[in-house]
Design a protein around this ligand. Structure first.
Ligand SMILES: Cc1ncc(COP(=O)(O)O)c(C=O)c1O
Length: 489
């Protein structure tokens, strides 16, 4: 078993994934007895707690069971299926059809072994927007209109940086909605934030380069960085955002910093001005690049808008990322980078070398959609819808689980974190809670899934983009029942 210490995947998850894989492939048949946790920890060079946490996960999923003498053995497949509530193969064909990660690079083996449930269909998915109010009629009209008599450029010769009309509209949009001043020449169209992070990581980093990532943080960003061979250094986040001084202490030679300063993912805090200036100052003095993932800022009202890090940047340090995944829908796969001039040409050329450019199908229609004002209207409508949904969720949690979950309003966006109180923490971990809820058909992300190291806080990440306000109380009551939480009990 090989552990990737610089990977985006926590060590206990890596151990669990290796063991799970071995069990499903029959390498460890039912009844196999494992060494003691101390011996395994010594062999792998990790702490015993890491091994015990991996075992706990596999016990809960039904892969392991304990022997009367306190040992650990592999459970039989039938028991596994009964206890797991997970997508476990039910036939040998399914086992054989599982991706054979063995032929992949070590980095990709560890990425593929990681089980991560994005649960887009859940009412509580943290990233999913509401699509029922999207003006599909206008969108379909514009798609038809823009493709009725397309020009050569749209069919044969789309620039790698994106359609010029869309780059112009993105620059206008950022000026009016985000107060961010940029020219269309500084905009590069991408296939969303994930693709932007992939491009930037590949182009800026050499394998082994250190990168500060927020702890807890955005898991998809870690994947792109890991795939590029980066060494991830988790930097804690407190109520003022990323702890810059801690970053300097832990990784003074970092090459890149990835942050969500306006609405930290997942905690939702915004980075104070002093920290922002400290971060920019240190990055400038040490020639470190900063990636600002500004997801969800568009949902803020003008009166609570926080200036982006990029607008404080006087020395072209910040590479700004935006996406249409939340304000329109993720399947559109369109987003953008606003880059310092010195990077624009390189990113454009780099994009052309990797996969030419983002799909042109939606680019011109989106430019028209923005030019005609539909996007701004949709955004204004959705701000109100999401505010109502957030309030319904907060009210339900406060009324029905006051002694077990603690919530405060999120300033923007589509999710909030409900932290475990000491009372709930004493009874279960957030991963145990999420597993119990999953068995009851409710998918909520455990906060600890977003940590690279041992989670320091426990909680549940509730998305409310797709949550009908009328359903909030019923669903939270079901969650309270499932977790055995009753007020005052
Ligand atoms: C922190 C953060 N940034 C960006 C995104 C959007 O990613 P993409 O544009 O690749 O869909 C998400 C989506 O969940 C997110 O949580």
């Amino acid at each position: 078993m090989h552990l990737e210490r610089t990977s985006a995947i926590a060590l206990h998850q890596q151990i669990a994934a290796h063991m799970r894989n071995g069990i499903l492939r029959g390498i460890f048949p039912a009844g196999t007895q494992f060494l003691g946790s101390r011996e395994i920890a010594r062999e792998l060079g990790c702490s015993r707690t890491v091994v015990l946490t991996a075992w706990e996960l596999l016990y809960a999923e039904g892969y392991l069971e304990s022997t009367p003498r306190g040992g650990v053995t592999v459970a039989s497949v039938n028991q596994t299926q009964a206890g797991a509530g997970l997508a476990i193969p039910t036939s040998i064909d399914q086992v054989l059809a599982a991706p054979d990660a063995g032929h992949m690079s070590r980095r990709w083996q560890s990425l593929l072994a990681f089980e991560y449930d994005t649960n887009w269909k859940s009412e509580f998915s943290p990233g999913a927007p509401d699509i029922s109010s999207f003006p599909f009629k206008e969108w379909a009209r514009l798609l038809r209109q823009t493709w009725q008599n397309p020009k050569n450029v749209e069919c044969l010769d789309l620039p790698a940086a994106g359609h010029s009309a869309l780059r112009q509209e993105i620059a206008n949009f950022l000026g009016s909605v985000r107060g961010l001043v940029c020219t269309p020449n500084e905009v590069v169209v991408t296939s969303g934030t994930s693709s932007a992070l992939d491009l930037i990581s590949r182009m800026i980093l050499d394998p082994g380069d250190e990168v500060w990532v927020e702890e807890p943080g955005f898991v998809e960003a870690r994947w792109a960085l890991t795939a590029a061979g980066a060494k991830l250094v988790p930097i804690p986040v407190d109520d003022k955002g990323l702890c810059v001084s801690e970053g300097i202490r832990r990784a003074p030679n970092a090459r890149l910093i990835v942050v969500t300063p306006s609405h930290q993912y997942p905690l939702g805090v915004s980075m104070g001005l002093e920290r922002r200036l400290e971060l920019l100052d240190w990055a400038n003095k040490n020639n470190v690049w900063i990636v600002e993932d500004d997801y969800n800022s568009e949902f803020r009202h003008q009166d609570s808008m926080i200036a982006s890090l990029r607008s404080l940047d006087r020395e072209q340090r910040v590479i700004y990322l935006g996406t249409f995944s939340k304000i329109i829908m993720p399947s559109l796969r369109l987003g953008y980078v606003v880059a310092p001039e010195r990077f624009v040409d390189a990113f454009t050329k780099g994009r052309a070398r990797i996969d030419v450019h983002s799909s042109g199908i939606g680019q011109l229609a989106l430019a028209e959609f923005m030019r005609e004002g539909h996007l701004l209207r949709h955004l204004r409508r959705m701000r109100k819808v999401y505010a109502i949904r957030q309030k319904a969720l907060m009210d339900a949690i406060t009324a029905l689980m006051p002694d077990d979950l603690s919530v405060s309003p999120a300033a923007t966006g589509l999710h909030l974190v409900a932290f475990f109180t000491e009372r709930l923490k004493a009874r279960m971990s957030d991963e145990e809670a999420a597993r119990a809820l999953k068995r009851a058909g409710i998918h909520v992300q455990p906060l600890s899934q977003n940590y690279l190291e041992q989670a320091t806080r426990q909680g549940l990440v509730f998305g409310y983009g797709r949550l009908n306000a009328e359903d909030a109380a019923r669903l939270i009551a079901k969650i309270a029942g499932c977790l055995g939480c009753q007020p005052g009990r």
